[in-house]
Design a protein around this ligand. Structure first.
Ligand SMILES: NC(=O)c1ccc[n+]([C@@H]2O[C@H](COP(=O)([O-])OP(=O)(O)OC[C@H]3O[C@@H](n4cnc5c(N)ncnc54)[C@H](O)[C@@H]3O)[C@@H](O)[C@H]2O)c1
Length: 228
C-alpha cells in the first residue's frame, strides 16, 4: 500500500531508541525524510535513516524547554522548507505510589510528556496552518485511558495528551487538510518498561490486546498499538 509519504518532512521526537526510533525508521522506509529529535545522542538512528537513502538531521533538544523547541522548528523550516508530520513520542516515567511521589517526579513527567507535546504542537502549528496541510501524531498510552498503580503522574500526562489531541484536532481542522491523532500503545518492551518489576507484567499483559509485550522495531508497530 502506498502511504504517500515519499519525500514528506517528518519530525520524530525522542527517536534515539525504542518506539520513537522504530517510528522514524518506518517513516524512512516509506520514503519520508526524517528529522530525529532527542535530548540524548541519536546519531545511530540518523545513520540508519541515511542508509535507507533518505535525508535526515539530528537536533538535540529538550522538548520541555520552549526556547529550544522554537529553535528546533526554525532549524527544520530553514533546512527542509516545511513540516508535514510531527510525531510527539518523547516520554519519561518516574513511578511511585502517591504518598511517596515527590513534587520533582510530578513536574519532570508532566514537563516532558505533556508540556513537551504542547510546546511542539504550538510551534508546528504555525507552519502547518500556513501550509494548510499537516499531520500531528501524539503518543499517549493505555495508562492514560485506564490508569495504573504507581503511575499517577504518567497517567495524568498521557490523559492530558489525549485531551490536547482532541482539542487541536477540532481547532486545526478549519485551516485545511490537517489532522491530529493519538495512539495509545499497550505494553511494549523498551528501555522505559525494562524498569517495570516482573511481577507487574501479568497485570499489564491482561490489559493488552496481545498476549505478550510488543517489540519496538521487531513487530510492525501497527500490530502492537491500538489507535484511538
Ligand atoms: N514502552 C511502552 O510500553 C509504552 C506504552 C505506551 C506508551 N509509551 C510511550 O511511547 C513513547 C516512547 O517510549 P519508549 O517505550 O520507546 O521509551 P524509551 O525510554 O525507550 O524512549 C523515550 C525516548 O524519549 C527521549 N526523551 C526523554 N526525555 C526527553 C526530552 N526532554 N526531550 C527529548 N527527548 C526525550 C528519551 O531519551 C528516549 O529516547 C513514550 O511517550 C512513552 O510514554 C510506551
Amino acid at each position: 500500500m502506498d502511504l504517500k509519504l515519499n519525500d514528506k518532512i517528518v519530525v520524530v521526537k525522542g527517536a534515539a531508541r525504542g518506539i520513537g526510533r522504530a517510528i522514524a525508521l518506518e517513516f524512512a522506509r516509506e520514503g519520508a525524510n526524517v528529522i530525529v529529535n532527542n535530548v540524548i545522542d541519536a546519531s545511530e538512528t540518523l545513520m540508519e535513516i541515511k542508509k535507507l537513502g533518505k535525508e535526515s538531521m539530528f537536533i538535540k533538544t529538550d522538548v520541555s524547554n520552549m526556547n529550544q523547541v522554537k529553535q528546533m522548528f526554525n532549524k527544520v523550516a530553514k533546512n527542509f522548507g516545511r513540516i508535514d508530520v510531527l510525531v510527539n513520542n518523547a516520554g519519561v516515567t518516574r513511578d511511585a505510589l502517591i504518598q511517596k511521589m515527590r513534587v520533582e517526579d510530578w513536574d519532570f513527567v508532566l514537563n516532558v510528556n505533556l508540556k513537551g507535546a504542547i510546546n511542539c504542537c504550538k510551534c508546528a502549528a504555525t507552519y502547518i496552518i500556513e501550509q494548510k496541510y499537516g499531520r500531528i501524531i501524539n503518543i499517549s498510552s493505555i495508562v492514560g485511558q485506564m490508569g495504573n498503580v504507581g503511575q499517577a503522574n504518567y497517567a495524568v500526562s498521557k490523559a492530558g495528551v489525549i485531551g490536547l489531541t482532541k482539542a487541536l484536532a477540532l481547532e486545526l481542522a478549519r485551516y485545511g487538510d490537517i489532522t491530529v491523532n493519538a495512539v495509545a500503545p499497550g505494553f511494549v518492551s523498551t528501555e522505559m518498561t525494562r524498569r517495570v518489576p516482573e511481577k507487574n507484567y501479568e497485570d499489564v499483559y491482561r490489559e493488552n490486546t496481545l498476549p505478550q509485550a510488543g517489540r519496538a522495531g521487531g513487530d510492525r508497530l501497527s500490530r502492537c498499538v491500538p489507535s484511538l
